[in-house]
Ligand binder design. Structure first.
Ligand code: RFL
Ligand code: PHB
Length: 394
């Protein structure tokens, strides 16, 4: 079978690429190793930049986002027993972010692709990509019923996340990778309790970082810094709530953390990773397949969306014999990727406790935090980075 674009992975990058291509009249097939239910339930990101929201609207997948997304005009930074508001709207001339779960973005995209006759093959096995140095790369996979399929493509998009197969297909000598692991992880919970805050709280604490986020007026999402080799089994619900309450405590303020049933619990390692170039012949990498940022700056999902906003027109033109945008794809994306990599590293190292670090480090973090909340220039820099950089219009 022939298809113009084969897409590996039905995460936000692969699904949105398929949708953006469809709007340009370019057909694609998305193949995914997991089930639809699994993809729609995997708890991950929650913060969309303005540019991401605009792009999802242009892609015709924002009806629920516009109904249920919660616009947020700032964050709190908490340290040394004080909580400070950073007002994004005021600092950036009106920019904000929207809290809307990645699970919902994925549900919206899957529903729209299938309703419009798009092909998304779930629960495939043995995905292979081949003939990448020709103009006719091949995507092979096995359907759940055992049928082996082979697609002759004009281009393949590797949107299969950090652990996927696509990046591995780029010859080692042609790919440079830059990586750092951090000596901590995040224990994340989804809790059936209304948020205890009107804006996200990023808290620096001697015992480690904590983040209070949310999913809806009725659901809270919270994170705790834990050791990288920590297991969920060591964290019964009561221990999690005690630790969260301690790290968010504001003596004398009357503020308390509401507690409720924990619906989901998981531990995420933290790393910065960039692979370059994001292209080899007719294979194009997008999203986590090419780069990972620690979640502290809320950039991973937004980067995946920004990549495919560049990739869709690049592929459309490439297929019509105009390779200029495809040739510029990697460099165009890497600019934003490195800016987000720096911002995420900066937020992460400013807010987390490094095990074994000396007192100088903690004092430097506090000095930086005091600077951010007292200097308009420093606060504006944080606000500008957090709310994001412009995304290409379709
Ligand atoms: P995904 O979502 O990992 O999707 C890749 C898909 O490819 C499939 N796959 C394969 N399919 C076929 N054949 C194979 N051989 C395959 N191998 C893998 C996988 O099953 C999967 O379905 O990557 P994508 O699309 O690039 O999207 C990236 C985002 O998921 C990620 O960057 C964000 O979730 C990161 N992130 C955050 N980003 C933000 O912008 N804002 C946030 O607030 C934010 N918070 C977070 C986060 C990530 C977290 N975790 C758990 C990593 C919070 C957390 C806790
Ligand atoms: C989330 O809501 O999951 C979230 C929010 C902000 C972050 C990371 C994750 O920096």
């Amino acid at each position: 079978m022939r298809v113009p674009v084969g897409i590996v992975g039905a995460g936000p990058a692969g699904l949105l690429l398929s949708q953006l291509l469809a709007l340009r009249g370019v057909e694609s097939v998305v193949v995914e190793i997991r089930s639809r239910a699994y993809c729609e339930a995997r708890q991950r990101a929650g913060v969309l930049e303005d540019g991401s929201v605009r792009l999802l609207r242009q892609a015709d997948v924002a009806t629920r986002l516009d109904q249920l997304g919660l616009e947020h005009g700032g964050i709190y930074l908490q340290f040394g027993g004080e909580r400070h508001h950073i007002d994004f709207r005021e600092l950036t001339g009106g920019r904000s972010v929207t809290v809307y779960a990645q699970t919902e973005v994925v549900k919206d995209l899957i529903r729209q692709r299938l309703a419009q006759g798009g092909v998304v093959e779930f629960e495939v096995t043995d995905t292979e990509i081949d003939h990448l140095d020709t103009d006719q790369p091949v995507l092979r996979y096995t359907r759940p019923d055992g049928t082996r399929c082979e697609l002759a493509c004009d281009a393949i998009a590797g949107c299969d996340g950090f652990h996927g197969i696509s990046r591995q297909r780029i010859p080692a000598g042609l790919l440079s990778t830059t990586e750092r692991g951090y000596p901590y992880a995040w224990l994340g919970i989804l809790a059936d309790v209304p948020p205890s805050t009107d804006e996200l709280i990023y808290a620096h604490h001697q015992r480690g970082f904590a983040l209070h986020s949310l999913r809806s007026p009725a659901l809270s999402r919270l994170y705790l810094q834990v050791d990288p080799d920590e297991s969920v089994g060591n964290w019964p619900d009561e221990r999690i709530w005690d630790e969260l309450a301690h790290r968010f405590e504001l003596p004398g303020s009357g503020w308390t953390l509401r507690q409720g049933p924990i619906l989901d619990k998981s531990i995420t390692p933290m790393r910065s990773f960039v692979a370059a170039p994001m292209r080899y012949g007719r294979l194009f990498l997008a999203g986590d397949a090419a780069h990972i940022v620690p979640p502290t700056g809320a950039k991973g999902l937004n980067l995946a969306i920004a990549d495919v906003a560049v990739l869709a027109p690049a592929l459309d033109y490439l297929l019509r014999g105009k390779p200029e945008l495809a040739d510029a794809y990697s460099a165009t994306c890497l600019d934003r990727v490195w800016r987000s990599t720096h911002f995420s590293w900066w937020m992460t190292t400013m807010l987390h406790r490094t095990p074994g670090a000396d007192d100088l480090e903690a004092q430097l973090q506090l000095a930086q935090l005091r600077y951010v909340v007292s200097s308009r220039a420093a606060a504006t820099s944080l606000a500008e980075n957090y709310t994001g950089y412009p995304i290409l219009d379709l």
